[in-house]
Design a protein around this ligand. Structure first.
Ligand code: SFD
Ligand code: AMP
Length: 662
């Protein structure tokens, strides 16, 4: 049960909202979120804002350890370095089955390395090739590459380092930082149509509601986690791959004020070390490990696999198989009874040792080399997913002796990792960018003054931590330009502060009014707790929306049932009850999850093909369509829009432009 932290206790005895003060604040620019993208914006924005501007960053948690990088990372997955930016676009396009915004990807590729160089200057240790130790990236030091795009770091404190730079930048400019404030919703201007004017949130530490007004806003609250039933059960349920505290706030809050969404049908179903959710990239790329089925066969390179991949030409025929199709091959093995799937850690480590022996390394040097190899293998997890190292230790797993099971997990929604759902934003205002991809301010959504970055920006995945930071910086520059161009704008809200407070605290009052009716306050005919809501949501999305239990399969009928259940959930969310501030966060997270999952399923319903086999399948449309929208096909974007005036949704196709030749 949720923690009943002190402040709300005072309210529970007698639900009197006059005990909850409301603060009303006004800023020029607001940065909502405190992750990689938002810290990028915080670092950059002061350089471009007019002197004397007021800016505030609001994070639901503490900047030092919030967001996806909270635990640290052991690699930076986007560093262009010696590669061509156009090849980066080709890689992202190929991995995401062709439907991407090449303008956004190219633009990001031009700037991302500068963020990585800054990370190093701020103190992040980046592995260097032999002979280049001590030489910075900016001075031409060559990083240790895991793959073509990825570099290795000692990144346990990655987020602390990046957060410190953001805090220093905010401090230097005299800007504000509000930590532990959960933003619940955004608000449009009372006078100027389709223009952002503010947001409202509540403190997670004291009874207080804050209403913010602003001229421009960055919303970068990450992706959506715990929207599908996790493989983890019972008390292990908190264990997930992506950060559990990112609850789809970016998508929901922006779509609620009318921002056009794109590719919300896309999801990332990562294959991870089973139960611990340890990332696989370093094992595949750095240690060059292979995967095998229960018979020890290297199934991904078999003739049958080649035949299967050919069905998804041209994507399946690329030298590096796209992430979803790697899953597809794995799922085929599992469904045909050849599971479990193993990452062959033992063979990979043995090969390293054998190679060194063949090179003539003596026993003493070999021992030392082994120690280094062993610690790198463990450090990969200790730096970014320490629960996986704990699981290996507690299960007596010695990776040099046995392989470890890997498994496709539950689906996640995100736009910065190997997925691409998110918000439709303007690209850079440059002549090579198609007209329908740009409307003035880079990374601005279709709502005036509302910007996003990182997981928020759709149709441009594979940004990862570095790209999200760089994108936050790029957006900061255009936010400042927007503010300067609209200097006369005075934001005005339609909603009253008192009404907003009542809306936010409704579930606390509801709990206080009804909780004494039963002996166990978790069970009550008058209300539903956020925990119950989550269980229901996960059951519906999993069973009807293509979660792991039906092997990621859904169809039109199943989706219709899912939508019906979501309707009921939304109706019941009116009766949410919370016994404290902590649970109040959970309640609002659930509301955000339900909205973004609804859009996800609407998109899957609309797209009558299976564009991402291995992430999800439409049983009634199993093929991936090669025809463009103009030829009546699905090689195009699917966008959607919620109309805040009428409460109606529309879902529609949008033209795809190829900018970089094959
Ligand atoms: O191994 C509110 N990522 C990896 N990136 C890499 O570069 N290398 C890796 O090695 C990566 N891998 C990885 C990664 C993530 C995770 C969890 C694991 C492994 C285990 C991806 C990156 O981390 C990711 O791309 C970026 O962090 C995305 O940045 P951004 O800014 O879009 O999201 P965020 O950092 O999660 O921050 C979200 C912020 O929003 C706050 N927030 N604040 C106020 N009100 C609300 N309602 C809010 N809701 C959320 C959060 O507190 C947070 O500050 S590997 O798999 O490949
Ligand atoms: P992951 O740990 O799976 O999130 O992967 C980290 C990085 O490695 C991402 O850039 C992935 O695209 C890449 N990657 C992971 N597995 C493979 C693989 N088998 N082949 C090529 N790239 C991979």
């Amino acid at each position: 049960m949720a923690l009943r932290n002190k402040p709300s206790w005072e309210l529970l005895a007698e639900p009197d909202l006059s005990k909850v003060p409301v603060e009303e604040l006004e800023y020029d620019a607001l940065i909502v979120g405190g992750g990689m993208a938002a810290t990028g914006t915080a670092y950059e924005i002061g350089k471009w804002m007019p002197a004397g501007s007021k800016v505030c960053l609001i994070d639901k948690a503490a900047l030092e350890r919030s967001g996806a990088v909270a635990q640290g990372l052991s690699a930076i997955n986007t560093y262009i370095g010696e590669n061509a930016v156009a090849d980066y676009v080709r890689m992202v396009r190929g991995d995401l089955m062709g439907v991407v915004r090449e303008d956004l990807i190219y633009d990001l590729g031009r700037f991302v390395d500068d963020s990585v160089m800054h990370f190093e200057e701020w103190g992040l240790p980046i592995w260097k090739q032999k002979g280049d130790e001590g030489k910075s990236l900016r001075d031409g030091g060559k990083p240790v590459r895991t793959g073509k795009w990825q570099i290795m770091i000692n990144g346990e404190s990655y987020k602390c380092i990046v957060a410190e730079a953001a805090k220093n930048a905010l401090d230097e400019m005299g800007y504000d930082l509000h930590e532990r404030v959960f933003i619940v919703k955004l608000m449009l201007d009372a006078n100027k149509p389709n223009t952002i004017a503010g947001c409202v949130g509540f403190s997670a530490r004291e009874n207080k509601v804050i209403v913010y007004k602003c001229k421009a806003m960055m919303v970068a609250c990450g992706g959506a986690v715990n929207i599908f039933r996790p493989r983890a059960t019972d008390e292990g349920k908190g264990r997930a791959w992506y950060p559990i505290w990112n609850a789809g706030s970016t998508y929901t809050m922006c779509m609620q004020v009318g921002a056009e969404m794109t590719m919300m049908e896309n999801r990332f179903t990562p294959s991870r070390f089973k139960d611990g959710y340890g990332p696989v990239g370093a094992w595949f790329l750095l240690f060059k490990a292979g995967v095998t089925n229960s018979a020890g066969e290297s199934y991904a390179f078999s003739d049958a696999a080649k035949e299967e991949l050919a069905k998804y030409a041209p994507y399946g025929l690329q030298p590096v198989t796209p992430t979803c199709l790697r899953n597809h091959l794995m799922l085929k093995e599992l469904k045909e009874g050849r599971g479990p799937i193993y990452m062959d850690t033992a063979a990979a480590l043995k090969k390293f040792m054998d190679d060194k022996k063949a090179e003539g390394m003596d026993d003493k040097a070999l021992k030392k080399y082994w120690k280094e190899l062993e610690s790198e293998a463990w450090e990969d997890f200790l730096d970014m997913s320490c629960g996986q190292a704990g699981l290996w230790a507690s299960m007596n797993i010695e990776p040099e002796k046995v392989g470890s099971e890997i498994m496709p997990t539950e689906p996640y929604m995100l736009g910065s990792h190997s997925g691409c759902c998110g918000i439709w934003v303007s690209g850079p205002n440059e002549d090579w960018v198609p007209d329908d991809y740009k409307w003035g301010y880079n990374r601005m959504t279709t709502v005036n003054g509302l910007f996003t970055a990182g997981d928020g920006v759709g149709a441009s995945g594979h940004k990862f931590s570095s790209g999200s930071h760089a994108e936050g910086r790029m957006a900061a520059k255009s936010m400042a330009k927007y503010i300067i161009d609209n200097a006369g704008f005075a934001p005005a809200l339609k909603e009253s502060a008192e009404d907003l407070k009542a809306e936010i605290y409704k579930s606390v009052v509801h709990y206080a009014e009804h909780s004494k009716m039963t002996t166990d306050d978790m069970i009550n005919p008058n209300y539903i707790r956020p925990r119950h809501m989550m269980e229901r949501l996960m059951k519906y999305t999993d069973e009807y929306g293509g979660g792991w239990s039906p092997y990621y399969m859904t169809n039109a009928k199943l989706l219709e049932i899912a939508m019906h259940h979501l309707d009921m959930l939304r109706e019941d969310s009116d009766k949410l009850a919370c016994s404290g501030l902590h649970e109040l966060i959970r309640a609002w997270e659930m509301t955000h999850r339900i909205w973004c999952v609804e859009d996800h399923l609407r998109h899957i319903q609309f797209r009558e093909e299976s564009r991402y086999p291995g992430f999800y399948y439409r049983g009634d449309f199993p093929e991936a369509d090669a025809k463009s929208m103009e030829d009546g096909g699905w090689k195009c974007f699917v966008n959607s829009k919620y109309d805040p005036e009428t409460g109606e949704w529309s879902t529609f196709k949008k033209t795809l432009h190829q900018i970089i030749p094959d």
